[in-house]
Design a binder for this molecule. Sequence first.
Ligand code: ATP
Ligand code: MG
Ligand code: MG
Ligand code: MG
Length: 569
Amino acid sequence: MRASRYLIATQKETPADAEIISHQLMLRAGMIRKLAAGLYTWLPMGLRTLRKVERIVREEMDKSGAQEVLMPAVQPAELWEESGRWTQYGGELLRMKDRHGRDFCFGPTHEEVIADLIRNEISSYKELPANFYQVQTKFRDERRPRFGVMRAREFLMKDAYSFHLNAESLNETYELMHRTYCAIFDRFGLDYRAVQADSGAIGGSASHEFHVLASSGEDDIVFSTGSDYAANIEKAEAVAPSGTRPAPAEEMKEVATPDQKTIEAVSQLLGIDATRTVKTLLVKAEADEDGNSGLVALVLRGDHTLNEIKAENLAGVAEPLTMATDEEIEQAVGCKPGSIGPVNLNVPVIVDRSAAHLADFVCGANREGFHLTGVNWERDAALERMEDLRNVVEGDPSPDGKGTLEIRRGIEVGHIFKLGNKYSTAMNATVLDENGKTVIMDMGCYGLGVSRVVAAAIEQNHDENGIIWPDAIAPFQVAIVTLNAHKSPTVAEAGEKLYEQLRQAGYDVLLDDRKERPGVKFADMELIGIPHRFVVSERGLAAGTLEYKGRKDAEKQDVPVAEALPFLV
Ligand code: ATP
Ligand code: MG
Ligand code: MG
Ligand code: MG
């Protein structure tokens, strides 16, 4: 590509509304532009990297034997009603009507659509196992879209869904996907960890998240210095040896983390998908005057707002909590949003919004033996306490008895899941087995945030001058910067020659033939993060050399013109 004919939309200034480095650099390097909150256009430079990420994902998925499909982004409500998620899925689900008044949504995920497809297409155990994937645009109406494409509303995901006759077969494909994800992230050239994730809310079976390590990550991941143990913090806390936990105080004995059944009941009750997105649910059951136990306090940790909780689902159970203003919440709950309790008895208390942290806190408090009701800390104080109360701390022995625990920040870039028969039961996705008996299929699902990977790679690989791309996903591998080529035919010619030579050898090359000052060109190529750079100048050519600098190198070096290609290889 010739830079003079290419949209090099670099910016000097750091955009004011970009909080994290990858967002700033993606804007400054001219990779993306914002259209509206959580909606981004990929400019040519950004799209090149996105496509390279996609290509690696495709190659490895194909290698694993998965088959590519492409499902519609827009999905009919009927399927979601069948699975129960039309009412359960919270405000992240973008719902819409067509001209005939029929309900649709813009897919945040595709379990329903694939289950519908496969129940029609596959009828015999002989066709199993089968794994289908797509690379496709998802929409999630994130409550707080932020950090550019890192947490966007419209984003690109690779999602795969596998179908099985039995659990053993699901286990095999799950392991295969685990290995495939490792191969993918290895090829990206990123420092990542696969960690056990808490699958409690979705079902008893396994789940792993893949995290790119970066200090700006939104998740805490815990790993052992002495073994392969690695888990996200929720999971690590769930299995922390009881010896490391202070005994609960007397009055907390009735506080229980609910089992799967309770979570499902609560999902039904509140009209949200607690099974899918709520990470921690704390229910305090307390006897009323008649000795019946009931819901007293409920803390959801997830992306739900009070508005999403359907009034009609609460009717007859408790007073609807569909109010939106702080005053109304305070009135109903008995405390300001952003603080906890004392709670109104017999009313489910839904602590929401920025209270994701508070929910964390309450759960910490639970484990540490503090009583939920009657506590009324202000938000900041509560957050401070939360830090003190973290159950898993660095230096703890690990659950498997080997080494000590280290806590790092991670960015969730992939998530694989044994779904079991949750969706296949709801949607009656069955096959005939060897004996001609109808059996419900087991399912696995495997998500990978293609567009988020681009941002995560930058979080992990940058310096004060800009992005430092790993070779495999760089928009261009080599930059050729010609100096004053418009005045020097020798330079122009040597630049063209090198450009052709490297392209023919299979490199993605950007020839910076713009009529800009050398300093501007160097700064742009560094900002964009191209791994290898050759400078073609009159002075160099006179000595028969090009100047080479790797993006990570401190020093430049001269390379004989004829040796440019072997030098790269
Ligand atoms: P998060 O915890 O960050 O909200 P998630 O657990 O809701 O992610 P999954 O349902 O597991 O996401 O989706 C699979 C993958 O899609 C995630 O691992 C992540 O890489 C990517 N992803 C999810 N939400 C977004 C988003 N809003 N913007 C970009 N990528 C996303
Ligand atoms: Mg999410
Ligand atoms: Mg997550
Ligand atoms: Mg996830």
